[in-house]
Ligand binder design. Structure first.
Ligand code: GDP
Ligand code: IMO
Ligand code: MG
Length: 427
């Protein structure tokens, strides 16, 4: 079997958690390959409602092995808290595996994320302040501490003392903040290491074995392509790649194994944090989408910025991801609108462009060009067959398929697992 990757096509929060939870029913393994606890993946299934930050969304099926891949940045304190809360709710975690190569988020990462954001003043990125940027920077600068390092206390102590001396110099001399104590950080992380030891292992072999056996492997993306450090609205981006290509690198198998890429897109757009957003609605329509959609961040509780579907951006992210199919989520949120708009081009300096600009300064000057479609104004949340959707809703989905040159294989009409229209078997 080839690998199926599920990735976000917009600015995150597209409903990846829901789609992965639903697809995991037919899979043997679910792997998270990027990001950290900046992610918040909501899953609503017969066991309840869960907001997962780090644990893969396949954890609710006793048969499914869940891997946290080398491409993630893991805050062990947050992970242990999440594991405790899942255990309390009766979820078995014996099949949770952590790559020994995954980088760890250290207390100086979260501290520096906050200090750096403060120092940017009005130019802040609006990060989740979870230490993501500093942790991935350290990984690339070869200054990281990895999950496997916790298993060798002497080696860990030596590395941490060197790193902390350097980090404390930045914390005190650049930011004038209080230094961190080596003893405290060391003791704390040794304790985390002891508690997590049974889960930390060489996960690339597990994935290779699964593929060899013909198991169904599902890759769970975090964030969305428009937050990618290369292709997103840089520098208003995150610090690991949310793209399908990263599924291979962030989990440790060859890219030729990826057979399908499902791009998850909301039926409209939302964004948390700063940065340009061409179709943003700063009016009562935007407010209505936010209220109907309860568009408040899972991680930070911040109100999400809302707007119409941006097909210029979506066509671009469909392409850089190589999507073979789309999952259109939250179609039901549009149920009450008499008319809907889709952005099909940008007007820039009097010209219409249909490519997504690299520069945020250019993007900020782009005015959306809209096409209007009729709304359907009936509830879609109980519909399970595409043919039973109102004609206008089918038209809306068909127009998205046409604009993105990609079939909408899945349409989601509610947060619960079963509130889904599946038009083609994915797994
Ligand atoms: P993720 O980060 O991509 O997993 O998405 P989030 O969980 O942060 O945000 C998506 C929100 O939409 C969650 O509250 C989901 O429960 C919810 N959701 C997912 N699909 C649908 C849908 O089709 N309709 C509605 N109404 N809610 C949905
Ligand atoms: P999921 O997986 C939405 C955004 C932050 C900020 C920018 C950089 O739930 O879709 P970071 O903390 O990563 O350095 O912040 O990226 N961001 C997300 N927005 N969903 C997410 O994850 C996000 N992860 C990061 O709001 O704008
Ligand atoms: Mg989310």
């Amino acid at each position: 079997m080839s690998v199926v990757a599920v990735v976000g096509g917009q600015w995150g929060d597209e409903g990846k958690g829901k789609i992965v939870d639903m697809l995991a029913e037919k899979s043997n393994m679910v792997v998270r390959f990027s990001g950290g606890d900046n992610a918040g993946h909501t899953v609503v299934n017969p066991l309840g409602q869960f907001a997962l930050k780090l644990v893969p969304s396949g954890i609710f099926y006793p048969r499914v092995a869940c891997i946290m891949g080398n491409g993630m940045a893991i805050n062990p304190a947050v992970l242990l808290e999440e594991m405790d809360s899942l255990k309390q709710r009766g979820i078995d975690l014996s099949r949770l595996y952590i790559s020994d190569r995954a980088n760890l988020i250290m207390p100086y990462h979260t501290l520096l994320d906050g200090l750096e954001e403060e120092s940017r003043g009005g130019k802040a990125i609006g990060t989740t302040r979870k230490g993501i940027g500093p942790a991935f920077s350290d990984k690339i600068a070869r200054l990281g501490i990895r999950a496997g390092d916790l298993l060798d206390k002497d080696g860990f102590h030596e590395r941490l003392s060197r790193l902390l001396e350097y980090k404390n110099a930045i914390i005190t001399k650049v930011f004038g903040a209080e230094p961190l104590s080596l003893d405290e950080v060391f003791q704390q992380y040794c304790e985390y290491g002891e508690r997590l030891a049974q889960h930390i292992c060489e996960t690339t072999v597990m994935i290779a074995d699964a593929l060899e056996r013909g198991d169904r492997v599902l890759m769970e993306g975090a964030q969305g392509a428009l937050l990618d450090p290369d292709f997103g609205t840089y520098p208003f981006a995150t610090s690991s790649s949310p793209l399908a290509g990263e599924a291979s690198i962030g989990a440790g198998f060859g890219p030729t194994r990826i057979g399908s890429v499902i791009g998850v897109f909301k039926a409209y757009c939302s964004r948390v944090g700063a940065g340009p957003f061409p179709t943003e609605l700063d009016d009562e329509t935007g407010e209505l989408i936010r209220e109907r959609g309860h568009e408040y961040g899972t991680v930070t509780g911040r109100p999400r910025r809302c707007g119409w579907f941006d097909a210029v951006a979506a066509r671009f992210t469909r392409r850089v991801n190589g999507c073979t199919g789309l999952a259109i989520t939250r179609l039901d949120i549009l149920d009450t609108f008499p008319r809907l708009k889709i952005c099909t081009g940008y007007e820039l300096d009097g010209q219409i462009i249909d490519n997504f600009p690299a520069s945020v300064a250019t993007l900020a000057r782009c005015q959306p060009v809209y096409e209007e479609l009729p709304g359907w104004q009936v509830s879609t949340s109980d519909i399970r067959q595409f043919e039973q959707l109102p004609r206008e809703a089918r038209q809306y989905v068909a127009r998205l398929e046409e604009l993105l040159s990609c079939p909408a294989d899945i349409i989601s009409v509610g947060s619960a697992r079963e509130q889904t229209i599946v038009r083609r078997d994915i797994m």
